[in-house]
Design a protein around this ligand. Structure first.
Ligand code: 5GP
Length: 195
Protein backbone atom coordinates (compact mmCIF):
# COMPACT_ATOMS: atom_id res chain seq x y z
CA UNK A 1 0.00 0.00 0.00
CA UNK A 2 1.28 3.57 0.56
CA UNK A 3 4.35 4.68 2.52
CA UNK A 4 2.11 5.80 5.38
CA UNK A 5 0.77 2.56 6.86
CA UNK A 6 -2.12 2.70 9.25
CA UNK A 7 -3.00 0.33 12.09
CA UNK A 8 -6.77 -0.05 12.46
CA UNK A 9 -8.42 -1.66 15.48
CA UNK A 10 -12.08 -2.63 15.31
CA UNK A 11 -13.89 -3.56 18.54
CA UNK A 12 -17.43 -3.99 19.73
CA UNK A 13 -19.56 -6.34 21.77
CA UNK A 14 -20.25 -9.89 20.62
CA UNK A 15 -23.09 -9.69 18.10
CA UNK A 16 -22.36 -6.08 17.09
CA UNK A 17 -21.60 -7.29 13.57
CA UNK A 18 -17.92 -6.28 13.66
CA UNK A 19 -16.83 -9.60 12.13
CA UNK A 20 -19.09 -9.14 9.10
CA UNK A 21 -18.03 -5.50 8.79
CA UNK A 22 -14.34 -6.45 8.87
CA UNK A 23 -14.94 -9.05 6.15
CA UNK A 24 -16.64 -6.42 3.98
CA UNK A 25 -13.81 -4.00 4.65
CA UNK A 26 -11.25 -6.59 3.58
CA UNK A 27 -13.15 -7.18 0.35
CA UNK A 28 -13.28 -3.44 -0.35
CA UNK A 29 -9.57 -2.99 0.52
CA UNK A 30 -7.78 -6.13 -0.71
CA UNK A 31 -4.34 -4.75 0.26
CA UNK A 32 -5.36 -4.41 3.89
CA UNK A 33 -3.58 -7.09 5.96
CA UNK A 34 -5.82 -8.85 8.47
CA UNK A 35 -3.88 -10.12 11.45
CA UNK A 36 -5.13 -13.60 12.35
CA UNK A 37 -5.26 -13.95 16.14
CA UNK A 38 -4.32 -16.93 18.24
CA UNK A 39 -7.07 -18.25 20.48
CA UNK A 40 -7.68 -21.06 22.95
CA UNK A 41 -11.41 -21.06 22.06
CA UNK A 42 -12.70 -24.16 20.25
CA UNK A 43 -13.39 -23.60 16.56
CA UNK A 44 -17.02 -23.12 15.51
CA UNK A 45 -18.28 -25.44 12.76
CA UNK A 46 -17.87 -22.71 10.11
CA UNK A 47 -14.34 -21.70 11.16
CA UNK A 48 -11.01 -22.80 9.68
CA UNK A 49 -7.69 -22.97 11.46
CA UNK A 50 -5.29 -20.41 10.02
CA UNK A 51 -8.10 -18.48 8.36
CA UNK A 52 -10.42 -17.27 11.12
CA UNK A 53 -8.01 -17.92 13.98
CA UNK A 54 -4.97 -19.96 14.80
CA UNK A 55 -6.47 -22.35 17.34
CA UNK A 56 -4.02 -23.35 20.05
CA UNK A 57 -4.02 -25.10 23.43
CA UNK A 58 -3.79 -23.07 26.65
CA UNK A 59 -0.30 -24.51 27.11
CA UNK A 60 0.86 -23.24 23.72
CA UNK A 61 -0.76 -19.86 24.34
CA UNK A 62 1.12 -19.62 27.65
CA UNK A 63 4.40 -20.37 25.86
CA UNK A 64 3.77 -17.47 23.46
CA UNK A 65 3.09 -15.17 26.43
CA UNK A 66 6.35 -16.21 28.09
CA UNK A 67 8.29 -15.76 24.85
CA UNK A 68 6.94 -12.21 24.54
CA UNK A 69 5.40 -13.02 21.15
CA UNK A 70 2.21 -11.02 21.70
CA UNK A 71 1.66 -7.37 20.90
CA UNK A 72 -1.40 -7.73 23.11
CA UNK A 73 -3.42 -10.56 24.59
CA UNK A 74 -6.48 -10.83 26.82
CA UNK A 75 -8.89 -13.25 28.42
CA UNK A 76 -12.28 -12.71 26.78
CA UNK A 77 -15.47 -14.62 27.62
CA UNK A 78 -13.41 -17.35 29.33
CA UNK A 79 -10.86 -17.92 26.56
CA UNK A 80 -7.52 -16.38 25.61
CA UNK A 81 -6.96 -14.32 22.47
CA UNK A 82 -3.75 -12.68 21.28
CA UNK A 83 -2.13 -10.78 18.41
CA UNK A 84 1.33 -11.77 17.24
CA UNK A 85 3.74 -8.83 17.44
CA UNK A 86 5.67 -10.11 14.38
CA UNK A 87 2.64 -10.02 12.05
CA UNK A 88 1.80 -6.42 12.92
CA UNK A 89 5.36 -5.06 13.01
CA UNK A 90 6.54 -6.77 9.82
CA UNK A 91 3.56 -5.60 7.77
CA UNK A 92 3.68 -2.02 9.06
CA UNK A 93 7.42 -1.93 8.31
CA UNK A 94 6.66 -3.13 4.78
CA UNK A 95 4.30 -0.14 4.43
CA UNK A 96 1.10 -2.21 4.59
CA UNK A 97 -2.07 -1.19 6.41
CA UNK A 98 -3.06 -3.66 9.13
CA UNK A 99 -6.50 -4.49 10.52
CA UNK A 100 -7.00 -5.96 14.00
CA UNK A 101 -10.32 -7.17 15.39
CA UNK A 102 -9.91 -7.06 19.16
CA UNK A 103 -11.85 -6.88 22.37
CA UNK A 104 -11.74 -3.61 24.33
CA UNK A 105 -8.80 -4.68 26.54
CA UNK A 106 -6.76 -5.47 23.43
CA UNK A 107 -7.74 -2.14 21.86
CA UNK A 108 -6.38 -0.22 24.85
CA UNK A 109 -3.17 -2.27 24.93
CA UNK A 110 -2.52 -1.57 21.24
CA UNK A 111 -3.16 2.16 21.70
CA UNK A 112 -0.47 2.26 24.41
CA UNK A 113 2.11 0.67 22.09
CA UNK A 114 0.93 2.43 18.90
CA UNK A 115 -0.61 5.80 19.90
CA UNK A 116 -1.26 6.48 16.19
CA UNK A 117 -3.47 3.41 15.82
CA UNK A 118 -7.04 4.25 14.80
CA UNK A 119 -9.53 2.71 17.21
CA UNK A 120 -13.05 2.16 15.88
CA UNK A 121 -15.93 0.94 18.01
CA UNK A 122 -18.90 -0.81 16.39
CA UNK A 123 -22.11 0.14 18.17
CA UNK A 124 -25.14 -2.18 17.83
CA UNK A 125 -28.52 -0.45 17.39
CA UNK A 126 -29.71 -1.72 20.82
CA UNK A 127 -29.09 -4.40 23.44
CA UNK A 128 -32.25 -6.13 22.21
CA UNK A 129 -30.90 -6.31 18.68
CA UNK A 130 -27.56 -7.55 20.03
CA UNK A 131 -29.21 -10.41 21.82
CA UNK A 132 -31.28 -11.31 18.71
CA UNK A 133 -28.10 -11.41 16.63
CA UNK A 134 -26.10 -13.58 19.06
CA UNK A 135 -28.95 -16.05 19.46
CA UNK A 136 -29.82 -15.92 15.75
CA UNK A 137 -26.37 -16.83 14.44
CA UNK A 138 -26.70 -20.17 16.26
CA UNK A 139 -22.99 -20.69 16.84
CA UNK A 140 -22.89 -20.61 20.65
CA UNK A 141 -24.48 -22.64 23.45
CA UNK A 142 -26.80 -21.04 26.04
CA UNK A 143 -24.04 -20.57 28.65
CA UNK A 144 -21.76 -18.80 26.16
CA UNK A 145 -24.61 -16.62 24.90
CA UNK A 146 -25.46 -15.54 28.46
CA UNK A 147 -21.84 -14.76 29.28
CA UNK A 148 -21.44 -12.67 26.12
CA UNK A 149 -24.70 -10.80 26.67
CA UNK A 150 -23.90 -10.06 30.30
CA UNK A 151 -20.60 -8.41 29.26
CA UNK A 152 -22.27 -6.14 26.66
CA UNK A 153 -23.35 -3.20 28.89
CA UNK A 154 -19.79 -2.72 30.22
CA UNK A 155 -18.33 -3.12 26.74
CA UNK A 156 -20.66 -0.40 25.41
CA UNK A 157 -19.29 2.00 28.05
CA UNK A 158 -15.81 1.54 26.56
CA UNK A 159 -16.94 3.23 23.33
CA UNK A 160 -15.90 6.59 24.76
CA UNK A 161 -12.26 5.46 24.76
CA UNK A 162 -12.36 4.95 20.98
CA UNK A 163 -11.41 7.44 18.26
CA UNK A 164 -14.57 6.69 16.28
CA UNK A 165 -17.93 5.08 17.00
CA UNK A 166 -19.75 3.58 14.02
CA UNK A 167 -23.42 2.68 14.43
CA UNK A 168 -24.11 -0.67 12.83
CA UNK A 169 -27.76 0.02 12.04
CA UNK A 170 -27.54 -0.71 8.30
CA UNK A 171 -24.49 -2.76 7.41
CA UNK A 172 -23.85 -1.23 3.94
CA UNK A 173 -23.96 2.27 5.44
CA UNK A 174 -21.67 1.24 8.30
CA UNK A 175 -19.04 -0.19 5.94
CA UNK A 176 -19.09 3.04 3.90
CA UNK A 177 -18.50 4.98 7.12
CA UNK A 178 -15.53 2.73 7.94
CA UNK A 179 -14.07 3.36 4.48
CA UNK A 180 -14.52 7.13 4.92
CA UNK A 181 -12.73 7.01 8.30
CA UNK A 182 -9.79 5.09 6.82
CA UNK A 183 -9.50 7.45 3.83
CA UNK A 184 -9.62 10.45 6.19
CA UNK A 185 -6.97 9.04 8.54
CA UNK A 186 -4.67 8.21 5.63
CA UNK A 187 -4.99 11.68 4.19
CA UNK A 188 -4.23 13.26 7.61
CA UNK A 189 -1.04 11.18 7.79
CA UNK A 190 -0.01 12.17 4.29
CA UNK A 191 -0.56 15.87 5.07
CA UNK A 192 1.43 15.54 8.32
CA UNK A 193 4.27 14.04 6.34
CA UNK A 194 4.03 16.89 3.85
CA UNK A 195 3.33 14.62 0.87
P1 5GP B 1 -15.10 -14.60 19.18
O1 5GP B 1 -14.97 -15.72 20.15
O2 5GP B 1 -16.52 -14.12 19.07
O3 5GP B 1 -14.46 -14.90 17.85
O4 5GP B 1 -14.27 -13.38 19.79
C1 5GP B 1 -14.49 -12.96 21.10
C2 5GP B 1 -13.88 -11.60 21.32
O5 5GP B 1 -12.46 -11.68 21.26
C3 5GP B 1 -14.28 -10.56 20.28
O6 5GP B 1 -14.51 -9.34 20.96
C4 5GP B 1 -13.05 -10.44 19.40
O7 5GP B 1 -12.94 -9.17 18.79
C5 5GP B 1 -11.97 -10.63 20.43
N1 5GP B 1 -10.68 -11.00 19.85
C6 5GP B 1 -10.41 -11.71 18.74
N2 5GP B 1 -9.09 -11.81 18.55
C7 5GP B 1 -8.50 -11.11 19.54
C8 5GP B 1 -7.14 -10.83 19.91
O8 5GP B 1 -6.18 -11.22 19.25
N3 5GP B 1 -6.95 -10.10 21.01
C9 5GP B 1 -7.97 -9.62 21.78
N4 5GP B 1 -7.66 -8.87 22.84
N5 5GP B 1 -9.25 -9.86 21.48
C10 5GP B 1 -9.51 -10.61 20.39
Amino acid sequence: MSAQPILIVVSGPSGSGKGTLCQMLRKALPDLVYSISLTTRHPRSNEKNGVDYIFVSRQDFQKHIEAGDFLEWAEVYGNYYGTLRSTVEENLLAGKDVLLELDIQGGQQVKRVFPDAVLIFIMPPSLDELSKRIIGRGTDDAKTINMRLSCAPDELLAAKKYDYVVNNDVIERAVQELLTIIRREKSIREQDKGV
